[in-house]
Design a protein around this ligand. Structure first.
Ligand code: PLP
Length: 396
C-alpha cells in the first residue's frame, strides 16, 4: 500500500477561516438584507495601479506578436525583473546582485518551498501569534517546531535566548497579526544570534511597504552580518495589490553557506528542477511596480489603507480599547476587553454591529483574548465599521 505523508495527520484542522465563514453565512441566512462590514480578511480591496495595468496589457500584446513572443521564462526570474528588484533595494542602501533575487509566485509558495533547502531533521522556531503557514508547512514536513509565545509586555517581539534556539528562525516584521515591527537594534540581536548559532533566519517582509517610521528596517539586509544568516521573503500582494495576480521575490545572498554548501546555488538548482518560472506577463506587470511612476501609484494605494487604519484607530481610542499595530502595519491587534474570549467578541461584533474581524486564537494559542482588524477593506465600509465600533456596547 502506498503510504501517504502521515505528517498531514498531525495538522490541526484549519478551522479559523472556515468557522468565520460558517458563522457569517449563518448570520446572512437569517438576515438576508443586512450588509456585513468585513474587516477580517487580509485581502486587498483596491485594483492594480495604472502603471501595472498598462505593462500587463503591453505584455499580452507581446504574446500576440511573433517577434516579441516569450516562451519559457528563466526559472529564477526574468533578468529585467531581478535587476529592477535589486535596483530597488540599492535605492534604499542595500546592495544586491540581481542573481541574489529569485522571482516567485508569492510569499506563501516560497515559505513552504524554501524548506527544501534544510535537512529533514532540522527544527524551526515560530514566534506566536503567527501567520499560520509557518507552523503548517513545518508540520507537513514533520519538522520539530519551537513555539515562542509573545505578549503585550514584550510588545509581541521576543528577544533571542536559549528558548529560541532552532535551525530555522521565522521572523515576520511588520508582523501579521500583531502589527509589531522590530527596531534596528532588536533585529541586529537576532542577526547576531543566528550567526553565533549558525541558524538561518527566514525573514518575512511581506508588509515592509507599510513602514512609516524612517528608523525601522524594511529589509533584514540593512543589518550588519545578515548576508551570512538570512533569507528574505517578500511579496507584491499587499504592497501592490497582487493577491490575485501573484508575484513575490526571495533574496538569498551569495555568502549564505552551511556545511560548505551555497544556499543560493542550491536554490538555483531547486528552481531549475521544480519550476519553469513565473509568467512573462505577470513579471512585466511586476517590473512596472519598481518604476518611479509605479512606486508613486502603489504608495497612493497604501495611503488609502493607512487612512483606513487611522479611522479604525480613532474608533478604538474612542471606545477605550487597548490595541497595537496600525501605524507601520496594515493590521490592528486589539485586546478583547474584560477578559472576553476572542470568539465571544467575534459573535458580539457580528450580531450587534455586523463587523467581521478575526479572532486572535486562530494565530496560535497566545492569540486568545485578542482580535485582528484588517485595514484592507474599502474606505466607505471602514468608515461605517468604525462608527459602529464606537458603540461601546460590543466591548462591555
Ligand atoms: N506572509 C505573511 C505574513 C502574510 O500575511 C501573507 C499573506 O497574507 C503572506 C506571507 C503570503 O503572501 P502571498 O500573497 O505573496 O502568498
Amino acid at each position: 500500500m502506498t503510504r501517504p505523508n502521515m505528517h498531514y495527520a498531525d495538522l490541526k484542522d484549519s478551522y479559523l477561516f472556515r468557522r468565520i465563514a460558517q458563522k457569517t453565512t449563518a448570520y446572512e441566512r437569517v438576515h438576508p438584507n443586512t450588509h456585513l462590514y468585513r474587516m477580517g480578511i487580509g485581502d486587498v480591496s483596491l485594483p492594480l495601479c495604472g502603471a501595472v495595468i498598462q505593462a500587463l496589457h503591453e505584455a499580452v500584446d507581446d504574446q500576440a506578436d511573433v517577434r516579441r513572443f516569450q516562451g519559457y521564462m528563466p526559472e529564477c526570474g526574468a533578468p529585467f525583473l531581478r535587476e529592477a528588484i535589486a535596483a530597488h533595494y540599492g535605492s534604499r542602501g542595500v546592495a544586491l546582485d540581481a542573481n541574489e533575487v529569485f522571482v516567485s509566485s508569492g510569499a506563501s509558495d516560497e515559505l513552504g518551498d524554501i524548506l527544501d533547502l534544510f535537512d529533514a531533521a532540522s527544527s524551526a522556531m515560530v514566534v506566536e501569534p503567527a501567520y499560520p503557514a509557518y507552523v503548517d508547512a513545518n508540520v507537513m514536513a514533520g519538522r520539530h517546531i519551537v513555539h515562542v509565545p509573545t505578549c503585550e509586555e514584550d510588545g509581541f517581539l521576543p528577544q533571542p535566548s536559549d528558548a529560541t534556539r532552532a535551525d530555522v528562525l521565522y521572523l515576520c516584521s511588520p508582523n501579521n497579526p500583531t502589527g509589531a515591527v522590530f527596531s534596528r537594534a532588536q533585529l541586529q540581536e537576532w542577526v547576531d544570534f543566528a550567526n553565533q548559532c549558525e541558524s538561518i533566519i527566514l525573514f518575512d517582509a511581506a508588509y515592509e511597504a507599510f513602514i512609516e517610521d524612517d528608523e525601522l528596517p524594511h529589509s533584514i539586509f540593512e543589518l550588519d552580518g545578515a548576508r551570512t544568516c538570512a533569507i528574505e521573503i517578500c511579496s507584491l500582494s499587499k504592497t501592490a495589490g497582487f493577491t490575485g495576480t501573484r508575484l513575490g521575490y526571495t533574496i538569498i545572498p551569495k555568502e549564505l553557506e552551511r556545511c560548505g554548501m551555497s544556499l543560493n546555488d542550491m536554490w538555483v538548482r531547486n528552481r531549475t528542477t521544480k519550476t519553469n518560472g513565473v509568467s512573462y506577463i505577470i513579471q512585466r506587470g511586476a517590473a512596472a511596480v519598481f518604476t518611479p511612476e509605479g512606486q508613486h501609484q502603489i504608495h497612493e494605494g497604501i495611503a488609502v489603507y493607512k487612512r483606513n487604519a487611522k479611522v479604525l484607530m480613532r474608533a478604538l481610542d474612542e471606545a477605550d480599547v487597548w490595541y497595537c499595530g496600525g501605524r507601520n502595519a496594515p493590521y490592528l491587534w486589539l485586546r478583547c476587553p474584560n477578559g472576553m474570549g476572542s470568539w465571544e467578541l467575534f459573535d458580539r461584533m457580528l450580531e450587534e454591529i455586523q463587523v467581521v474581524g478575526t479572532p486572535g486564537e486562530g494565530f496560535g494559542s497566545c492569540g486568545e483574548g485578542y482580535f485582528r482588524l484588517s485595514t484592507f477593506g474599502n474606505p466607505q465600509d471602514t468608515i461605517e465599521a468604525a462608527k459602529r465600533l464606537c458603540k461601546k456596547s460590543v466591548f462591555r
